[in-house]
Write a protein that binds this ligand. Structure first.
Ligand SMILES: Nc1nc2c(ncn2[C@@H]2O[C@H](COP(=O)(O)OP(=O)(O)OP(=O)(O)O)[C@@H](O)[C@H]2O)c(=O)[nH]1
Ligand SMILES: [Mg+2]
Length: 459
């Protein structure tokens, strides 16, 4: 096993920069560039040492604090050394180059965490939680990633795998002694236990939409005819004057993208050019871009102006937002509620049917929170998640669970009809392997490669 090295802190200036080493030679290699009071070879594990970093001529180029963590009690499970020095890019590069000169190899993205996985320190779902933790954009996202890192999802998956193994042992006995067959009592018990596993998998799957929402956020496109207050709403959400607002129709020409945390959910907002027929070539391009946004977002927020009667342009904007059967991801804001209302509920119903409508005022801020919550409900169709909940957040996990579910449904079907033990065995085996994909017990090298390629270098 080679010893790997990487800069672990982000690019740029910082108070402290960290370079990390992991592998059998980690302590020896660090010792070749570090000069302290004692040789690193002789220091105890999990201790810190102050000294100097020295170049090939023995000249010091920085001071550093060095942490030595010996196998197996380290992040990777291998001997690990972390060098804390000043946080300049040239300096960190120099230190890394020195370490490479004296025997280390540059780490690949995610290689430290990959080693932790290969050495059995963490399972695959936990490794993925490490990425999610780093990338979390909201307190809730952070909480859920932390729970997965602790192994809560993995525990649940393991429990189901153990149950499936027990059921398989049952079925195997029948395959081995076919003359005995599956007696009725046994069939009934097997059926019940498979059903119970299915129920628990369904519970996990039910959390998937909400889990993804808290992790990845909601991409919300703000659309509508000119002058209804799209840019004003965007600014109100961001609490800053990001987009230009004027009373001239056709102010916004380009798509403006910004991130905001609303109702605990990370949103990516897109303010767009007002939808209308225009002869102005610049505005026409803007309208094309608005329509392109509609095609790529999770949710479309159609903004109407409640202070004036609905116009033909409003109806056209609705038609564009709702095309391709898009009403499922359409939410309507009736803006300018601080002004006297000139749009009747009946008129709204006639245009919108039973689509959710939230009354808001970009000017006063009324209704903004309700709008964010309505958006969350539309995306996740789930109640808020308790902080200790086990939640499925990755598409990879969801897919494995869905496929395991299908195998179990097949197994149950066989149990209800022709009772062929071999068939039941095949389906249970399959479900077992699929659940093992989540935790990495049964997963291909290609999948592992893909997962760790998502990481940054040094993690
Ligand atoms: N009273 C009141 N005025 C508002 C409100 N929201 C927006 N306005 C006004 O409506 C006008 C248009 O607002 P914008 O935010 O530029 O509208 P827009 O939909 O982005 O318009 P385009 O970019 O031209 O498509 C401005 O004069 C705003 O001050 C509101 O909630 N209440
Ligand atoms: Mg605008």
């Amino acid at each position: 096993m080679e010893t790997i090295a990487a800069i672990a802190t982000p690019v740029g200036e910082g108070a402290i920069g960290i370079v990390r080493l992991s592998g059998p030679e980690a302590v020896a290699i660090a010792g070749r560039v570090f000069r302290g009071r004692r040789s690193l070879d002789s220091v105890a594990s999990h201790t810190l040492h102050l000294g100097e970093l020295v170049d090939e001529g023995g000249v010091a180029f920085d001071e550093a604090l060095v942490a030595v963590m010996r196998a197996p009690r380290s992040y990777t499970g291998e001997d690990t050394v972390e060098l804390y020095c000043h946080g300049g890019m040239a300096l960190l590069d120099r230190l890394l180059q020195r370490l490479l000169q004296v025997g280390a190899r540059a780490a690949e993205p995610g290689e430290f965490t990959k080693r932790a996985f290969l050495n059995g320190r963490i399972d695959l779902a936990q490794a993925e939680a490490v990425i999610d933790l780093v990338r979390a954009r909201s307190p809730k996202g952070l909480e859920l990633a932390a729970s997965q890192l602790k192994g809560r999802l993995s525990e649940r998956i393991r429990a189901e795998r153990e149950e499936l193994l027990a059921l398989l042992a049952h079925v195997q006995a029948v395959i081995d002694y076919p003359e005995e067959g599956l007696v009725e009592l046994e069939t009934e018990e097997l059926k019940q236990r498979v059903t119970a596993v299915l129920g628990r998998i369904d519970q996990l799957l039910a959390t998937a939409e909400a889990g993804r929402m808290y992790q990845d956020g909601i991409r919300l496109g703000i659309v509508g005819r000119p002058n209804v207050g799209k840019s004003s709403l965007m600014n109100a959400f961001l609490q800053e004057e990001r987009a230009i607002v004027t009373d001239v129709a056709g102010t916004t020409r380009d798509v403006i993208e910004a991130r905001a945390l609303l109702a605990g959910i990370p949103f990516t907002l897109f303010d767009t050019a007002g939808l209308r027929e225009s002869t102005d070539p610049v505005e026409r391009i803007g309208v094309q871009r608005s329509e392109a946004v509609i095609d790529t977002v999770d949710l479309i927020l159609l903004v109407l102006d409640g202070s004036v009667p609905l116009s033909r342009e409003d109806r056209e904007a609705f038609a564009i937002a709702a095309r391709d059967g898009g009403t499922e991801r359409l939410l309507v804001a009736l803006n300018k509620s601080d002004l006297p209302a000139r749009v009747s509920p009946a008129e709204l119903r006639e245009l919108l049917g039973d689509l959710p409508v939230v009354r808001v005022s970009a000017k006063s801020g009324v209704g903004l929170e309700a709008l964010a919550k309505a958006a969350a409900e539309l995306v996740a169709q789930a109640p808020p998640i308790a902080s200790d909940a086990v939640v499925v957040r990755r598409a990879r996990h969801k897919k494995a669970l869905e496929e395991a579910r299908r195998s179990l449904v097949r197994a149950r079907q066989t149990l209800m009809h022709d009772l062929r033990a071999e068939l039941i065995g095949v389906d249970l085996q399959e479900a077992l392997a699929l659940l093992g994909e989540v935790t990495g017990e049964s997963v291909s090298e290609a999948v592992i490669e893909r997962i760790f390629a998502e990481f940054c270098v040094g993690k």
